[in-house]
Write a protein that binds this ligand. Structure first.
Ligand SMILES: Cc1cc2nc3c(=O)[nH]c(=O)nc-3n(C[C@H](O)[C@H](O)[C@H](O)COP(=O)(O)OP(=O)(O)OC[C@H]3O[C@@H](n4cnc5c(N)ncnc54)[C@H](O)[C@@H]3O)c2cc1C
Length: 592
């Protein structure tokens, strides 16, 4: 039995109204893709998500993967689900046709991926990492590597992993110690990697590890890291998996959540060296890996949205079913009638709709970069992708902590009891602000590379776009409250940027001290911008008498709630930003 239904209408609304998806496809002469096709794809994915993957979510939690004689054995039922997933052609949705892909836009892949992560995030991590591996090999691999590995990864016959982390090298990848010794046409890789998601399983006949390691002549630090493909099984003369490589999972981590996703300690080279092949140029591994990481960062942000949606559906159902009020006549009513429960539900709903809007708008910027008519346009869209990626990763995953916690709260005591499943969403969501770069690392990326390095140009352009929406809102007769709220929040965004640009040079601790508040401020602001645009679109559709009026009116109320209850958080964040680093850096280590 499934307790998850894909929220088609909201995804379609965002795609049609905010992403302007058909126009985007037309600009790329992709007339084969239209709203009807996208609706059909989402509906089909929704069926697999709710019918097959969602019922396995709880089983994954209670019967996580285990390590046996033949390696990692995944949760019962996952292999069969994976076969259905693969047979449906889902792994190849956005990959290039030359490798057997269906070449659909990234934003469609993103809308579909939301379904997998809502239905079963632990399961969906496996294809998510495979997508990253495909991108790294497609962009940086030699023709021979691409020929050997891409088609089976795209078809889902094989899966991919990302091996960065080591015991001494987490956020600081400069400390990576794994070694790669050249030997003929390949390298011998040795070292230990920890926390490797889906590092081993039995669902496919091969696993392609992308591994960061150092060559013997490598300079110290991040400039001395190279990237290698290390298959679980070496390929035979026909390109099929043959002999087992010297790479294996030696332990599984016991963890707070995502129990269905095996988190592996991987050992490379216990018997002389795992055979690996260089991807890209020597010492350029981190740059190559960033291709994977940027993709993965937006994907992890999407996971924040997806798990929040699942928690919301769960909580909403409970709020409708749970009787706790008694009327004067003795009849009982459900908790959804209490204002505070409605506040919590609306906070979940408004957060989720803003998160979905931002995730899809950011994903569409990747397509706009690909489809851009000239280099200048491509550069502008790439700039927007670069800017939004840490906000999508950082803000959506932080929001997911609050939304899934509200999901538990709405369940009352039953939320704390495992049987309802509300607690699983809360536990599963907790990893999201940690892997793929913690919130702190995303925030540093936003204030550093994405803002200070270009003197705030990227963020200023975003603020100008938000200003245009404020002007449109001000001309609207119905949305004066939204106009005032967004204008005030925009002012806070401009002030936060000024504080950073004016003071970062004089105070070396400023950027790091204000970074997370800065990122959260811009998350709430982007959310407010897109919710206001949603309200404008809803009004236009209502005026034109098209669309579902119930949905459109609810969208307006949700946007109002966001403007009244969530957007004002930017002002508190601005106050904290204005305090700079003074108290944060004032205590000696011993005084803590
Ligand atoms: C379930 C799970 C799955 C994972 N999957 C993978 C995977 O598939 N592949 C892979 O390679 N890795 C994976 N990881 C590893 C993950 O990416 C790291 O845990 C993460 O990058 C953080 O590194 P760390 O754990 O060493 O924390 P640390 O780097 O030790 O960070 C500890 C704290 O210090 C802060 N901090 C560290 N450096 C800075 C800084 N410069 N400025 C400000 N704050 C800082 C952090 O924000 C954090 O709060 C996974 C981890 C888990 C738990």
């Amino acid at each position: 039995m499934s307790d998850y239904t894909h929220p088609y209408r909201d995804s379609e609304f965002v795609l049609q109204q905010l992403v302007e998806f058909e126009a985007l496809c037309a600009s790329a002469h992709r007339d084969d893709i239209n709203d009807e096709l996208v609706s059909a794809i989402l509906a089909e994915a929704g069926r697999l998500g709710s019918g097959v993957l969602a019922p396995l979510n709880r089983i994954g939690d209670t019967q996580g993967a285990c390590l046996g004689e033949h390696g990692v054995q995944e949760t019962p039922g996952f292999a069969d689900a994976y076969q259905q997933f693969q047979a449906g052609g889902w792994p190849s949705l956005t990959a290039a046709e030359i490798w057997g892909g269906q070449n659909l836009p990234n934003v469609i892949g993103t809308a579909v991926n939301e379904i997998w992560h809502s239905a079963n995030m632990a399961f969906a991590l496996c294809p998510m990492l495979t997508q990253g591996a495909i991108e790294a090999i497609a962009h940086h691999g030699s023709p021979a590597l691409r020929d050997a590995y891409l088609a089976p990864l795209v078809s889902g016959e094989w899966t991919g992993t990302m091996n960065l982390t080591e015991p001494d090298a987490g956020s600081d990848l400069a400390a990576i110690k794994s070694r790669a010794i050249p030997q003929g046409d390949h390298y011998l890789i040795s070292g230990q990697k920890i926390f490797i998601t889906w590092g081993d399983h039995q669902m496919t006949e091969n696993i392609v590890h992308l591994v960061l390691a150092r060559l013997p002549d490598a300079p110290a630090g991040v400039k001395g890291i190279s990237l290698f493909v290390v298959p679980k099984f070496l390929l035979d003369a026909q390109g099929k998996p043959g002999v087992l490589n010297d790479a294996r999972c030696i332990a599984l981590e016991h963890k707070l959540g995502i129990h269905g996703s095996p988190t592996c300690v991987m050992s490379f080279g216990d018997n002389g060296g795992a055979i690996g092949y260089l991807v890209g140029e020597p010492h350029q591994g981190l740059a190559c890996m960033f291709t994977m990481m940027n993709h993965a960062r937006q994907s992890v942000g999407l996971q924040g949205l997806a798990i929040s949606e699942r928690a919301y559906q769960h909580a909403l159902q409970y709020a409708k079913d749970r009787l706790q009020g008694t009327r004067k006549d003795g009849s009982r009513f459900s908790i959804i009638h209490f204002p505070d429960v409605r506040r919590m539900l609306l906070q979940m709903k408004a957060s989720i709709e803003a998160m979905r809007a931002l995730a899809l708008v950011a994903a569409a910027e990747v397509d706009r970069t690909t489809y851009a008519p000239d280099a200048d346009a491509a550069k502008a869209h790439q700039g927007r992708v670069d800017l939004l990626t840490p906000i999508v990763k950082g803000w959506l995953t932080e929001m997911a902590q609050e939304v899934t916690s509200l999901g538990v709260q709405i369940h009352g005591g039953m939320g704390f009891i495992e049987e309802t499943g509300a607690a699983q969403h809360y536990r599963d969501a907790r990893i999201l602000t940690i892997y793929e770069g913690t919130t702190g690392i995303q925030a540093l990326d936003l204030v550093g590379r994405k803002t200070l390095l270009n003197e705030g140009q990227l963020i200023s352009r975003l603020l100008d776009d938000i200003g245009e929406t404020v002007a449109v809102l001000q001309r609207s007769t119905h949305l004066a409250n939204q106009a005032a709220a967004l204008e005030g929040a925009l002012g806070a965004g401009r002030q936060a940027l000024r504080i950073l640009l004016d003071n970062a040079k004089a105070d070396a601790h400023l950027a790091g001290s204000i970074s997370v508040n800065f990122m959260m401020l811009f998350g709430y602001l982007c959310g407010g911008w897109l919710m206001a645009r949603s309200a404008l679109s809803a009004q236009a559709l209502l005026d034109a008498g098209s669309g579902d009026p119930q949905f459109l009116k609810a969208k307006q109320v949700t946007a109002d709630f966001y403007a009244e209850q969530l957007l004002p958080r930017v002002h508190a964040l601005l106050t904290a930003i204005g305090s700079g680093s003074r108290s944060i850096m004032a205590l000696d280590d011993e005084q803590f």
